[in-house]
Design a protein around this ligand. Structure first.
Ligand code: SF4
Length: 340
């Protein structure tokens, strides 16, 4: 079935908690040490999962946090989505809560596990994560689940590790990792603009990613860098762009949906503008009809450089970054390195 991002999201992020033992410098969620009593309960997760089945096509569910392991009912949450035959991925923070037993238990139930690696060694990674030992924990988790389930590495790219990109690639290769998602920092939550890459660094990163992608030895993709679609189409070897039956590429709120720990419905976790709350609104109605989601799905409303750009339907810029830096989510993406 072809997708239609106007009607259906490709991915739904479910932030099961905002609690986390770490306090990373780039944290979108401004994670807190303790759980919020207003978090969605299991029965509310069940209604949410039932509602999600009402979309024309089943989305991929990504369980995220905070650290999902801070919820002692995490296995029950996973089962709620699994019982409804929804494809499921989960991402961890890499703390002491990630015991081998727990991780293996979870890996049997989900389709894919995501672990963060933000540097090729503990110095770069731990410094970014603000806690010593997290690099070793991430590597430990990788070893627990390697060859047992699909494993994806998530990397936040910023000033702190742009020069380490190639080393990270070799680290992943050495560990037999086949899937890598590179997230281009959005200065929101605890991440400040001082960590943002400049245009030359972004071009370097896009070229690097394109080369790895062309070789195909690791499945590489980007998050919050929709302009990589332009690179894919302009490069010597044309690479496929994820787009729907209307020719639209995925960007914030166009193919993505985020449910916060207290049920607020956002386009993504990096664009905290509420379309509604699952406690009193239907998630399908919010995705299809709320003002924020309708506007995000209409490339003709884009402003500045993105508004003039011939690539706006397949790219459209990071709406989260536009919002974080200008306060206007329809403004141009300030990180776009391309001329229009
Ligand atoms: S100007 Fe905007 S739409 Fe065009 S490539 Fe850059 S980010 Fe994408």
């Amino acid at each position: 079935m072809t997708m239609d991002f106007i009607r259906n999201p490709l991915v739904v992020f479910v932030e099961v908690t905002r609690a986390c033992l770490l306090s990373c410098r780039h944290c979108r969620a401004n994670a807190i040490p303790k759980r919020d009593p207003r978090e969605l309960k299991l029965n509310e997760m069940e209604s949410l999962a039932d509602d999600l089945l009402g979309f024309d096509t089943k989305p991929l569910i990504i369980i995220t946090g905070g650290d999902p392991l801070m919820r002692n009912d995490i296995l029950d949450i996973i089962d709620i989505f699994k019982d409804r035959d929804l494809r499921l991925a989960i991402s961890f923070s890499g703390t002491a809560l990630a015991t081998e037993e727990k991780i293996l238990e979870i890996s049997k139930r989900v389709d894919s596990i995501a672990i963060s690696i933000d540097g090729s060694n503990s110095e770069i990674h731990d410094n970014f994560r603000n806690v010593n030992g997290t690099f070793d924990t991430s590597m430990k988790i990788i070893n627990y689940v390697k060859n047992k389930t699909n494993l994806q590495i998530n990397t936040t790219l910023s000033k702190h590790n742009i020069n380490d990109l190639e080393n990270m690639y070799y680290l992943l290769k050495e560990n037999g990792i086949r899937s890598w998602d590179i997230f281009f920092l959005v200065p929101t939550g605890r991440a400040t603009d001082a960590l943002s890459l400049d245009k030359d660094e972004i071009i370097y990163a896009l070229n690097f990613i394109y080369d790895v992608h062309s070789r195909g030895d690791i499945r590489i993709k980007t998050t919050e860098a929709p302009f990589y679609n332009r690179k894919k189409l302009e490069g010597e070897k044309k690479l496929p762009v994820t787009r729907d039956s209307n020719g639209l590429g995925v960007t914030d709120g166009r193919g993505t949906l985020f449910i916060s720990h207290i049920g607020d419905i956002y386009p993504t976790g990096f664009l905290p503008l509420k379309g509604g709350n699952v406690r009193d609104a239907n998630v399908i109605d919010v995705y299809r009809n709320s003002e924020i989601f309708r506007k995000l799905k209409d490339p003709s409303l884009l402003k500045g450089k993105c508004g003039r750009c011939p690539y706006k339907s397949i790219c459209g810029g990071s709406r989260s970054r536009a919002y974080a830096l200008s306060g206007d989510y329809l403004d141009e993406d300030p990180a776009c390195p391309y001329e229009v």
